[in-house]
Design a protein around this ligand. Structure first.
Ligand code: ZN
Length: 248
């Protein structure tokens, strides 16, 4: 089975559509690690698209803030303004849909999906220490996580060493393949579709082939200016508009 793993779409319809176009025909089942909403200009269109597509969706912290399950006061000012704007735009149906999303981790076919960390759905896995905590919170050999908006992840070898998951240089629209060692455990971040923060503005996602035991990471350019235009028209904060082009 080939699984399309999507995360942190953040209401960016242009990025989502470009990724889905590139992924078409390369996967059997789509899964989503949360943060459909927040930051970008198209929350309703993105929710509609992912809802119809994804087999399982776990909730993200922005999904919770945009539907009233989390107080946006806990966010920084820019994220809070975007969450409040999103709340004013969501249809009642989509609001209810976000409220109904399950908390991760969720087990799927022998692996797990979570927004932040298996230790806590809102926790970040940025470094080895946080990866240790995440590995100790689960027995699963493979966990897909998002939240940091950084493509890659960590592996724990059979002799208990932690390593970052190395990804080869990634060309536009070409898979960068990482074969999975059967004796190691993995925390894999497919990258963010709608607001990457690893210094690369291109939309990111991954495809997991469970028969071949391989992850293919992708980066793809999308019509960024269109997203930025829509954000300015919506009156979303300018720093959020600009960060899309720096990937920070
Ligand atoms: Zn996010």
């Amino acid at each position: 089975m080939r699984y399309l793993i999507l995360s942190d779409v953040h209401s960016n319809l242009e990025a989502l559509e470009k990724c889905l176009k590139l992924a078409a025909g390369r996967y059997d089942r789509a899964l989503c690690l949360g943060d459909l909403a927040g930051y970008g200009p198209d929350p309703n269109a993105v929710i509609e698209r992912v809802r119809l597509l994804a087999h399982v969706i776990v909730r993200g912290n922005h999904d919770k803030a945009c539907c009233g399950l989390l107080d946006p006061e806990d966010f920084n000012t820019l994220a809070r303004l975007a969450a409040e704007w999103t709340r004013s735009q969501l249809t009642p149906e989509h609001m209810e849909f976000l409220r109904s999303l399950p908390e991760g981790p969720i087990a799927v076919d022998g692996f797990e999906l979570v927004h932040g960390s298996p230790a806590d759905e809102d926790e970040y896995i940025f470094d080895a220490l946080e990866a240790v905590r995440a590995f100790s919170a689960t027995a699963s050999p493979l966990v897909f996580f998002g939240h940091t908006h950084r493509q890659g992840g960590f592996l724990l070898t059979a002799d208990h060493r932690f390593k970052p998951v190395m990804t080869p240089p990634i060309y536009d629209d070409e898979p960068a393949s990482v074969p999975l060692d059967p004796d190691a455990r993995y925390l894999i971040n497919p990258g963010s579709i709608g607001q990457p923060r690893d210094g690369d503005w291109r939309a990111g996602f991954a495809i997991f082939d469970s028969d071949e035991r391989r992850i293919d990471f992708y980066r793809t350019p999308y019509p960024l200016e269109l997203t930025q235009q829509k954000m300015r028209k919506a009156g979303l904060p300018e720093p959020l508009v600009q960060r899309l082009e720096t990937g920070r």
